[in-house]
Design a protein around this ligand. Structure first.
Ligand SMILES: [Zn+2]
Ligand SMILES: [Zn+2]
Length: 200
C-alpha cells in the first residue's frame, strides 16, 4: 500500500515538473504566489491545474474540463479523477497564497499578517479556524436531492458515497439513521416514516 502510494506520488511529481518545465508562463505565475496577500494569478493556476488532469487538452477552465472528462468517460468516473471545481480550487489557491506570503516574510521581525478568515480561505467558527472548502453548495439543490448512499449497516469511508462527497446523509439514503446525519434530517426521516405508515 505504502509503496503504491509513493509510486503514485512520484508519478504526480513527474507530471507537475514536466508541465512546469515546458511553460514559462506557469513558472512566472508560481513565482508571484505569496508576493501579495491577494492572489492575482488564479487564472494561470487554473490553466496549470487543467494540464495536470489532461495534458493535451486546450481547456483552461476546470469546470469545463470536469464536464469534458465526465462526458468522455460516460459518467463512469470517480470524483477524485476529476480536477477540483473552480470554487474549491480558488479557495485552495487563496490558502496556498496566504501560507506562502507568510513564508516569504519569515525574515521580517514583525510582519503584518492579515486575519486568515478575512477572505484567505478559512472561516472563524467560535474562535476555531475552519477550512472554507467552497463558497457555494456542492451541486444544484435538485441534484443534491437525488444523491444518496446505499450503505447497509454503517456509513463509513471509503464506501459511503455521501461521506466521500462531503455530504450529510439524507432521508433518501438507504440507512434511516447514521452518524452522518444532522438531527434535523433524522427528524425528517421519522416524519416520513410516520406518514408512510399512515398510508399503509
Ligand atoms: Zn452511507
Ligand atoms: Zn448517505
Amino acid at each position: 500500500m505504502f509503496v503504491k502510494l509513493c509510486q503514485a506520488f512520484a508519478l504526480l511529481q513527474d507530471v507537475i515538473q514536466s508541465v512546469l518545465k515546458k511553460c514559462a508562463a506557469y513558472q512566472a505565475a508560481f513565482s508571484q504566489v505569496g508576493r501579495n496577500w491577494s492572489l492575482s494569478v488564479f487564472n494561470i493556476l487554473q490553466d496549470f491545474t487543467c494540464r495536470l488532469y489532461a495534458t493535451r487538452s486546450q481547456t483552461k477552465e476546470v469546470n469545463e474540463l470536469r464536464y469534458q472528462l465526465f462526458r468522455a468517460k460516460n459518467g463512469d468516473v470517480e470524483s477524485g479523477q476529476l480536477p477540483p471545481c473552480e470554487d474549491c480550487l480558488h479557495m485552495h489557491a487563496l490558502r496556498a497564497n496566504y501560507q506562502t506570503a507568510i513564508w516569504r516574510r519569515c525574515l521580517e521581525n514583525t510582519p503584518s499578517i492579515p486575519n486568515p478568515s478575512d477572505g484567505h480561505g478559512w472561516t472563524d467558527r467560535d474562535g476555531h479556524l475552519e477550512i472554507s472548502w467552497m463558497t457555494g453548495p456542492p451541486a444544484p439543490d435538485v441534484v443534491l436531492e437525488f444523491m444518496s448512499c446505499k450503505c447497509i449497516t454503517v456509513c463509513k469511508l471509503p464506501g459511503c458515497r455521501c461521506l466521500a462527497n462531503g455530504l450529510e446523509c439524507m432521508a433518501m439514503c438507504k440507512l434511516q439513521y447514521c452518524d452522518n446525519m444532522t438531527e434535523l434530517e433524522e427528524q425528517e426521516c421519522e416524519d416520513e416514516n410516520t406518514t408512510d405508515d399512515d398510508n399503509d
